[in-house]
Design a protein around this ligand. Structure first.
Ligand SMILES: [Zn+2]
Length: 201
C-alpha cells in the first residue's frame, strides 16, 4: 500500500532526532506532492551538509575556511577567551547560548547525553582532548561551565565531568537557577538562559 519510495524516505528520515515514522511519511508525501523543484531544494540542502566538518578544538561541525588549522570561527576568533570553556551537548544549545550575547569564551561539544548516566567513549575522548589542550596551552582554564540540560541524565553527566576535569580549571560552574528542571537548553528563551549564565555557580 505504501509506495516503495516513501518507505525508503521513511527509513532514512525516521532515524533523525524528533522525527518518527508517521512524521517522516507525512514529509515524504508532502514533498512528493510539491513536485520536482521543491524536492531538488531539499536534495541540495541535504547534500550541502557534506561541506561541514568538525572543528578540531571544540568538535562543533561548521564550515571551516582554513583547512590547515581546522578551527571553527569561534575557536579561531581572536576576541574569544580560550580560557573559559562552556561544555554543551549539541550545536543548537551552543546557538542558544550565543544568542544571549552574554558569553565570550569558547565551547566544547560533548555530543548527545546517553540515557544510562555514563559518559560514552566518544564523550570521554572529547573531554580528554580538552584536558590536554588546557594542560599544554593554558596550564589551567579560568573557568569551565557545564551547560548541560537540567535533567536527571544531564545532572549525572555533569557530576561525572566535574570529577573528570577537577584539575583542569580554577573553577567549574554550572548554569544557575531559572532553567526549568527537565527542560532543554536549546528551547530556553534568551532572558532565562542569559540570567542562568550570569548566575552560574
Ligand atoms: Zn571550534
Amino acid at each position: 500500500m505504501i509506495p516503495e519510495h516513501i518507505k525508503q524516505f521513511v527509513d532514512a528520515f525516521a532515524r533523525l532526532p524528533s522525527i518518527g515514522p508517521r512524521q517522516a511519511a507525512r514529509l515524504g508525501y508532502y514533498l512528493a506532492n510539491q513536485g520536482t523543484s521543491a524536492i531538488q531544494d531539499v536534495v541540495d540542502a541535504v547534500a550541502s551538509l557534506h561541506h561541514l566538518t568538525p572543528c578540531q578544538r571544540c568538535f562543533r561541525v561548521s564550515h571551516i575556511a582554513d583547512k590547515k588549522q581546522n578551527l571553527c570561527d569561534i575557536c579561531s576568533h581572536p576576541g574569544r577567551n580560550q580560557k573559559i570553556v562552556a561544555i554543551v551537548e549539541k550545536e543548537t544549545d551552543l546557538l542558544s547560548l550565543e544568542h544571549t550575547k552574554k558569553f565570550n569564551g569558547r565551547y566544547l561539544l560533548l555530543g548527545e547525553i546517553s540515557r544510562d548516566g555514563i559518559l560514552t567513549s566518544a564523550q570521554k575522548l572529547r573531554l580528554n582532548h580538552l584536558k590536554s589542550f588546557v594542560k599544554n596551552e593554558l596550564g589551567q582554564a579560568e573557568e569551565i561551565i557545564l551547560a548541560l540540560a537540567p535533567t536527571t541524565y544531564g545532572d549525572m553527566d555533569s557530576s561525572l565531568i566535574m570529577d573528570e576535569l577537577k584539575n583542569s580549571a580554577i573553577v567549574i560552574t554550572r548554569l544557575g537557577r531559572g532553567l526549568p528542571t527537565g527542560g532543554d537548553i536549546e528551547f530556553a528563551d534568551d532572558e532565562t538562559l542569559g540570567s542562568a549564565l550570569e548566575q552560574r555557580r
